[in-house]
Ligand binder design. Structure first.
Ligand SMILES: [Zn+2]
Ligand SMILES: [Zn+2]
Length: 371
């Protein structure tokens, strides 16, 4: 057998760069692929030779050895094999790496796997704080109860090898220059067809249904938290793997608190006398215990009081966030005649130093006018 030069086989010059070698190989491999020639032995030999040439020339070390010693560099027992057993490893793996790219990706996966499902779940702050077990109703394809997912009418085997794909589950088809491999449309990748299908599911092994599911929602979840429940999605075709169920958490509004991560925030109006004289307020804690906050004398609107560790639970962690009260000083709108009189008396005693911010503001305003 005549041994062609590797460069000649690929139709490139000895100075060709890697990209040129790869491009030449690809177009030749496509042209000589055995699938296109129904196993014609002549073409198959040529295909092997092209692969062998490419295996050497794509590797800089092997290519350098080939340039110096020719094929002798790779002949075992020739005493010149610089790579030993790792030198040349046939073409089967080259075949898969090159042609893997051309395969229909859906053929690679199990086409019969059930779809993933989404479930939107509304939760209260209390539930998110403690974590909770929720029973949810999932409306989806479920494993057929009549045939237990087998798809058969009776208890005996009711399948035979698929004629379309010869039991392989995959078919190859020519698409322009490409040989595309895809899941068999007749058996949907199973390699066999049902001869006596279940009346309930028509041989699919699954049917529309509703099922109740108890799911554990951990403490600390928030708006947008996604919980994956493996295997609780749509049932697969004839006993194939089920998809997964994804629970998307949504938070109901709370009458008092808003939430920023683990921080609970309350906009908290306090009366002007409490703000002026100091005092305390009590907020309902998310854990059911009241949270007492001390109001210091002279607190202003917009100031924040923080109570550490009285906030939300930490998701997948320990401890709690903080509770923050944002103070809004409330001016009285309904006063008795007596209260008004007392306030008038208070005003009569004012010197302007009671409220330094307003004193300073109006002083600046006067300066501006006068200056
Ligand atoms: Zn088939
Ligand atoms: Zn069935």
């Amino acid at each position: 057998m005549v041994e062609h030069d590797y460069y000649d086989l690929l139709g490139v010059g000895r100075g060709a760069d890697d990209a040129a070698i790869k491009a030449a190989y690809r177009s030749l491999a496509k042209e000589h692929h055995p699938d296109r020639h129904n196993g014609c032995s002549n073409k198959e030999a040529q295909f092997k030779a092209i692969n062998e040439a490419y295996d050497v020339l794509k590797d800089p070390q092997k290519r350098a050895a080939y340039d110096r010693f020719g094929r002798a560099a790779f002949q075992n027992g020739g005493g010149q094999d610089p790579f030993g057993d790792a030198g040349f490893n046939g073409f089967s793996d080259i075949f898969s790496t090159i042609f893997g790219e051309f395969m229909d990706p859906r053929a690679q996966q199990n086409a019969a796997r059930g779809a993933d499902l989404r479930y939107d779940l509304e939760m209260s702050f209390d539930e998110a704080f403690t974590g909770v077990e929720k029973t949810i109703a999932v409306q989806a394809m479920a494993t057929c109860e009549k045939c237990d997912g087998r798809g058969c009418n009776g208890l005996d085997r009711c399948t035979s090898a698929c004629q379309t794909c010869g039991g392989m589950g995959k078919v190859r088809a020519q698409q322009g220059f490409f040989v595309v491999e895809r899941g068999c449309p007749t058996c949907r990748g199973a390699g066999e067809v049902i001869t006596d299908p279940c009346a309930n599911c028509h041989g699919e092994g699954r049917a529309h249904g509703q099922r109740k599911l108890a799911v554990q929602i951990p403490a600390g979840v928030d708006e947008g938290t996604r919980i994956r429940v493996a295997g609780e999605g749509e049932a697969g075709v004839r006993g194939a793997a089920s998809g997964d169920l994804y629970i998307f958490v949504h938070m109901k509004r709370h009458p008092i608190y808003a939430r920023e991560g683990t921080t609970l925030i309350a906009d908290c109006p306090v009366s002007f006398t409490t703000a002026a004289l100091g005092g305390s307020i009590s907020l309902p804690g998310i854990d059911g215990k009241p949270v007492e906050l001390k109001i210091p004398t002279g607190i202003q609107s917009g100031e924040q009081l923080r109570h550490r560790g009285a906030g939300m639970s930490v998701l997948n962690g320990r401890g709690r966030g903080d509770l923050v009260a944002r103070i809004l000083v409330e001016t009285p709108t309904r006063m008795s005649a007596k209260q008004k009189k007392l306030l008038e008396e208070f005003r009569g005693t004012e010197t302007g130093d009671e409220c330094p911010a307003s004193k300073s503001f109006f002083a600046r305003a006067r300066d501006f006018l006068g200056g």
